[in-house]
Design a protein around this ligand. Structure first.
Ligand code: ME8
Length: 648
């Protein structure tokens, strides 16, 4: 441990499923974790902030197959590919210290050892699983756990499933886990404890299926080929393998385990508050100090998903509003433990009110006045006026303490409210002290300098405490105050800024957004892109009527139609062309029609085309079809038109 550090702090996010690109809801937890990690660093803790990706499971295997790539290629594309998870965290200014992928070799080998240890100690045994399986959640459920016959986590259909599998003796730990949840503050917010106890523990914990044989994209059980370990043991132990548990890649276990807090979304609280401690108990390992289950962000009242388009795309939002504004909005607007409803109106109004009006104006006005009236240096000759300055100074001085209380409780919204109360008070202080009036007389100048100093000092404290939420903005504010100190100690004291500090003017920190204009721009973005019209085919040169008249076009009826062996393109037709002998035509339209769709149909064929051999068979003519882009339609006539009729 370093001499000057206040201690260690280990904080984690869930590791994300790279089954699709992430949306702004996914950034919620990571931004919150980042704010917490930065806050702890600011306080002087030696922080390890872990995030990563949970890359195994049937869903990934299925998606990769659909995409025609290997599962590894599939996850690589979403995790390290352009615009993937790593790029997103870079964009969102996420200061993680370590990133784990469950496909990393060291993790896979460690999971195999962990599985074997639990098998050897008797907590993992082989059995047969019969139950209901939710494929998207990769969860087995008992009949009694289903809600209206559907998955209790996601509400989707479940399937009957039965297979040989390994089980973890979760039931054995029910009593100890219950005690942990009820009698300690392991799980927060407290409301989630009741949910876990009433819905899962008290109805009876069943042993947990921890291996599968029906897919291969998992960690292989090395002593029983065919079985793979997936989500439970594989994903949850990431928090420890990333520190070096059962591997030599890292050596931070003694220093950082147990974790100080795991931040997780509410739907995975069950995994982290029941299964995870039970597995750790099985191996006699220390339990994490806390699991915090945050709420979900909905979008306009509905569940967020990338299919809702650009408006939930963090790239689009960050480009339009800026990363700091977006980070701020997420944590300022919604209480972390509850669900929140993300709307564009709310996003814009929060930026306009808090950032453009309150914070932005305070900084611009104060810096502009300091420069205009005094240039570089404030001639500080007067002390603070007890009557006029006491409240602002008291509020700014007490801010760090209030903020700390809220941050320690993960109440980010309240911590930000405390800061904005002081910012509002400072804006009011400008109006009360009318610096522009003081500036008119020489006698007013000493007081004016003191007023501006008090404002700059308040801005310094607020800016510094905002730094975990808006790191770039805080750095910008520090620059404008001439490189003001924003370390933890200085943020707890009023009067740190030197009167010599050379303020620097700059563009507004947050330009005001035109609400109507921005809303309609976002509305446009949320519309699905209009389907692209295929270009019209090129025009052909003019021909004489006689040339046209030489083409014999005949009405034909389809007698039989079948696929041509070894050809993906060709269908073979026998056709009644009005003569006694059926005509054979081969046509490259297998991709557009099933043969049985066409039997009995009335089509048009060019019947005087020289015969042509295709795949060893003679084709006598050509069926007419209409083509545009990648679509094709055979020309079909009313069935009343007799075979053999000539088109003229
Ligand atoms: O759950 N609002 O991964 P995941 C808030 N691999 N949070 C949201 C959200 C929204 N709209 N949508 C998703 C997994 N999240 C597992 C974790 S940990 C050992 C294994 C949150 O990619 C969600 O609640 O499905 C979860 O905490 C996180 O994003 C990752 O979700």
């Amino acid at each position: 441990m370093c001499e000057t550090c206040r201690g260690k702090y280990y904080i984690t996010t869930p590791i994300y499923y790279p089954s699709a690109k992430l949306h702004i809801g996914h950034s919620y937890c990571t931004v919150a974790t980042d704010a917490m990690a930065r806050y702890k660093r600011l306080q002087g803790y030696d922080v390890l902030f872990l995030t990563g990706t949970d890359e195994h499971g049937q869903k990934i295997e299925d998606k990769a197959r659909e995409a025609g790539v290997t599962p590894q290629q599939y996850v690589d594309n979403i995790v390290i590919g352009e615009g993937g998870v790593l790029d997103l965290w870079k964009l969102m200014n996420i200061s993680y210290d370590r990133f784990i992928r469950t496909t990393d070799d060291y993790h896979v080998a460690a999971i195999q050892k962990i599985f074997k240890k639990m098998y050897d100690n008797g907590d993992i045994y082989k059995g047969t699983y019969k139950g209901k399986y939710c494929k998207p959640c990769e969860s087995f459920w008992t009949e009694s756990q289903l809600v209206d016959g559907k998955c209790p986590d996601c509400g989707r259909e479940v399937q009957d499933a039965e297979e040989e599998a390994y089980f973890f003796r979760l039931s054995k730990y029910a009593g100890r886990v219950r005690d942990l949840l009820v009698n300690t503050d392991y799980l927060e917010p407290r409301s989630r404890v009741n949910e876990m106890v009433n819905n899962f523990i008290d109805p009876g914990l069943e042993d947990l299926c921890v291996s599968r044989t029906s897919f291969t994209w998992g960690v292989p059980v090395d002593f029983d080929p065919g079985h793979v370990v997936y989500v439970w043991i594989d994903a949850l132990f990431n928090y420890m393998t990333a520190l070096g548990f059962e591997n030599d890649k890292y050596h931070d276990l003694d220093k950082f385990w147990p974790a100080d807090v795991h931040f997780v979304g509410k739907e995975i609280v069950r995994f982290h508050s029941i299964i995870w401690p039970a597995m750790l108990m099985s191996l006699n390992l220390p339990l994490p100090k806390k699991v915090y289950g945050h709420g979900w962000l909905n979008f306009n009242g509905e569940k967020m998903s990338k299919s809702r388009g650009n408006v939930v795309d963090p790239y689009v939002l960050a480009q339009r509003f800026g990363v700091d504004a977006l980070r701020f909005f997420l944590l300022r607007t919604f209480p972390f433990g509850s669900d929140g409803n993300f709307t564009n109106e709310l996003l814009i109004s929060t930026i306009n009110t808090d950032l453009a009006n309150d914070l932005g104006n305070l900084v611009s006005r104060t810096v502009a006045m300091a420069q205009k009236y005094f240039g570089e240096k404030l001639p500080l000759t007067q002390t603070a006026d007890p009557e006029k300055d006491a409240e602002l100074i008291a509020m700014a001085s007490a801010l760090r303490g209030k903020y700390e209380t809220q941050m320690e409780a993960f109440a980010f919204q309240n911590a930000l409210s405390e800061i904005f109360k002081v910012i509002s008070r400072a804006n009011k202080y400008i109006d009360e002290n009318t610096p522009w009036v003081l500036a008119k007389t020489e006698e007013g100048k000493p007081r004016l300098a003191r007023v501006l100093y008090n404002l700059l000092e308040t801005i310094r404290i607020c800016g510094g405490l905002l730094s975990p939420f808006m790191p770039d903005t805080a750095a910008q504010i520090a620059r404008r105050l001439g490189g003001a100190a924003m370390d933890w100690d200085s943020l707890g004291r009023f009067g740190v800024l030197s009167a010599d500090a050379a303020t620097v003017a700059g563009a507004p920190l947050f330009p005001r957004i035109d609400v109507e204009k921005e809303l309609s721009a976002l509305e446009e973005l949320s519309k699905p892109a209009a389907p692209q019209e295929d270009p019209l085919p090129e025009k052909l040169p003019e021909i004489a009527f006689d040339d046209f008249a030489r083409v014999e076009m005949t009405v034909v009826k389809v007698l039989t139609c079948e696929k041509v062996k070894k050809s993906e393109k060709l269908l073979k037709f026998t056709l009644n062309d009005g003569t006694k002998e059926p005509r054979t035509i081969l046509s490259g339209i297998a991709k557009y029609y099933e043969p049985e769709q066409l039997v009995g149909k009335t089509l048009v064929a060019v019947t005087n085309l020289a015969p042509r051999k295709m795949m060893g068979q003679l084709s006598c003519g050509m069926l007419l079809s209409a083509e545009r882009g990648d679509k094709l339609h055979l020309v079909m006539l009313d069935d009343g038109v007799p075979a053999g009729s000539r088109l003229v």
